[in-house]
Design a protein around this ligand. Structure first.
Ligand code: FRU
Length: 326
């Protein structure tokens, strides 16, 4: 019989949409493949705070040893996360934050820094003069507030740059179009779109193209994923001027969680770096990520081989004992 897991981690994931969340999950599972004694149970709330709250309670009641949460909106899930923490369950916040200090560790990039870096890049691109349209992520999420705050704060250093219009999205292309078309029509002077993620930036590009404005409006997104149709690809194809790297951090979250569970030293704030990906470095980025993917595949092949060898060994042992006993 298989040994029961030594540790059980519950993961309250806020969204199932898009490759970025998939990359986060894959990173977690990759890191966990080195720790077969740890079990991960993921509950996905599909962009619904009420459901996420309920799922956090369900995980607490199931007797998990540690909770990882990527909160959809900060405020609504804060009491549930606080309860886990109060009950002595270590809490790792991943990517987005709650509205409370009741957590054991945070893993993720600094969204204010992402916004600031985007603003400085926009200023360079437009040589300090231009009108900006901002496409925001879903309201109430800490990624939206951080990305907006950093951007607008840094713009204060560039009096020639101004946000003239804002459109609220939900991190995906869906339902973005009517609002964005109206905003672009109302503001023919817009020369740059700052979108809070690459999915919305891609949608913005396609809309500009339809309106015949693709060559006049420069677009910046956030995430910088390597898969086809995502940030790195969009920059390479010239659809986006830049994407700000925002790592999903799945591996890092698991490493932090394991340090906590194993009573090893860990940092409370684990801030993942961001950087501008644009035409000057996109090729290097692409080559580096391709190299990482192929190394990852090598590791997975080796793990598969090891599993195969272990199974062969076990069955040989079994046969040996059977022969000895007969
Ligand atoms: C995916 C996503 C990413 C974004 C992050 C912010 O759900 O919208 O595109 O960078 O969440 O928390």
């Amino acid at each position: 019989p298989a040994k029961p897991p030594h540790y059980r981690i519950g993961f309250a994931q806020c969204s199932s949409k898009g490759p970025w969340r998939q990359a986060m999950q894959a990173g977690m599972e990759r890191e966990l493949s080195f720790h077969p004694d740890v079990q991960l149970r993921t509950l996905n709330s599909h962009d619904n705070s009420a459901l996420q709250k309920q799922q956090i309670h369900e995980l607490i009641e199931s007797g998990i040893d540690l909770l990882i949460v990527s909160p959809y909106e900060s405020a609504p899930v804060t009491p549930a996360v606080e309860e886990a923490y109060r009950r002595g369950i270590p809490v790792v916040l991943l990517d987005r934050r709650t509205a409370s200090q009741a957590y054991t560790a945070f893993v993720g990039a600094d969204n204010v820094e992402v916004g600031q870096t985007a603003a400085r890049y926009a200023a360079r691109l437009l040589r300090g003069h231009g009108k900006v349209l901002e496409v925001l992520g879903s309201p109430g999420s800490s990624a939206t507030s951080g990305r907006h705050e950093g951007f607008s704060k840094a713009l204060r250093d560039y009096p020639g740059l101004e946000i003239v219009s804002q459109v609220t999205g939900n991190w995906t292309e869906s339902s973005l179009k009517p609002g964005l078309v109206d905003a672009l029509k109302a503001h023919p002077e817009v020369s740059l779109i700052y979108a809070h993620n690459d999915g919305m930036a891609r949608a913005a590009y396609l809309i500009c193209q339809e309106l015949g404005r693709a060559d006049k409006v420069r677009i910046i997104g956030v995430d910088g994923l390597a898969s086809p149709g995502e940030g790195i690809d969009l920059v390479q194809r010239g659809m986006l001027k830049a994407s700000l790297l925002y790592s999903p951090g799945g591996e890092d979250a698991i490493r932090t969680a394991l340090n906590i569970l194993h009573k090893q030293p860990f940092k409370r704030e684990n801030i993942l770096g961001t950087m501008v990906i644009d035409s000057t470095n996109v090729l290097t980025m692409r080559q580096q990520t391709e190299k990482m993917v192929s190394q990852q595949q090598d590791i997975e092949r080796q793990q598969g081989l090891m599993g195969h060898l272990e199974a062969t060994y076990a069955s040989q042992q079994h046969a040996l004992y059977a022969a000895l006993l007969s």
